[in-house]
Design a protein around this ligand. Structure first.
Ligand code: ADP
Ligand code: AMP
Length: 213
């Protein structure tokens, strides 16, 4: 199964991707997580990307496409994968299509989680993430079982540097200007499923699995 979770920052992509991993036993490929790992390892690529991420801007396409090319070539992607936070621009979507055509594979479904902007700020400012496994929680809407401890791997949860009300504005701006046009791209490809992402986490999961069965 080759899947993509799609939506605005904070729409719930990472949260729902975790359920897809459990069900299909395929890896989640989050470009955001890969970039954050590169920042903590202080690689040249990470240091360059950090400038864009701290300002809520998109990292240049050439960097992102290079990351995906390397990642999809790894063995664990052979039985499928879940793209999360990629693609975010039309050139990225076109590069992905070329890459997948070359690999003789295709996308099965794009799951779009629709959440209006006015709900996004509250979701992002209350988000707590696990630096170990990338899991995402919310202090109010989706709390971890033990406060500030990851349910999946036990690491201490943290607040992402870019999860503040100021950066959210530019991230939403980038989403509407550069990423939202991909809805039409994937609708035209016949793989788009649009879900109401404002429902409770478990309801969204139920709708997602229904759309995949
Ligand atoms: P994304 O990966 O799309 O940026 P996340 O999955 O990290 O978004 O979710 C953003 C925040 O919203 C997190 O704090 C998460 O716990 C919370 N969240 C996710 N899905 C829902 C939902 N259906 N209802 C309320 N809060 C949610
Ligand atoms: P995310 O973890 O998906 O919210 O991404 C965090 C930040 O990483 C974004 O605000 C961008 O700066 C950068 N980023 C992640 N994925 C991409 C992508 N596909 N294209 C460009 N920038 C990205």
């Amino acid at each position: 199964m080759n899947l993509m979770v799609f939506g605005a920052p904070g729409a719930g992509k990472g949260t729902q991707a975790k359920f897809l991993i459990e069900k299909y036993n395929i890896p989640q490929i989050s470009t955001g997580d890969i970039l954050r790992a590169a920042i903590s390892e202080q690689t040249d690529m990470g240091m360059e990307a950090k400038k864009f991420m701290d300002e809520g801007k998109l990292v240049p396409d050439s960097t992102i496409i290079g990351i995906i090319k390397d990642r999809l070539a790894q063995d664990d992607c052979k039985s499928g994968f879940i793209l999360d936070g990629f693609p975010r621009t039309l050139p990225q979507a076109e590069a992905l299509k070329t890459l997948m055509d070359d690999m003789k594979i295709s996308l099965d479904k794009v799951i779009s989680l629709n959440v209006p902007d006015e709900l996004i700020v509250g979701r992002i400012t209350g988000r707590r993430v696990c630096p170990g496994c990338g899991a995402s929680f919310h202090v109010e809407f989706n709390p971890s079982k033990i406060k500030d401890v990851c349910d999946y791997c036990g690491d201490k949860l943290v607040i992402r540097k870019d999860d503040n009300a100021e950066t959210v504005k530019s991230r939403l701006g980038a989403y509407h200007a550069q990423t939202a046009p991909l809805i039409e791209f994937y609708t035209n490809m016949g793989v788009m499923v649009e879900l109401d992402g404002t429902k409770d986490v478990s309801e969204v999961t139920k709708d997602m699995f229904n759309s995949l069965s």
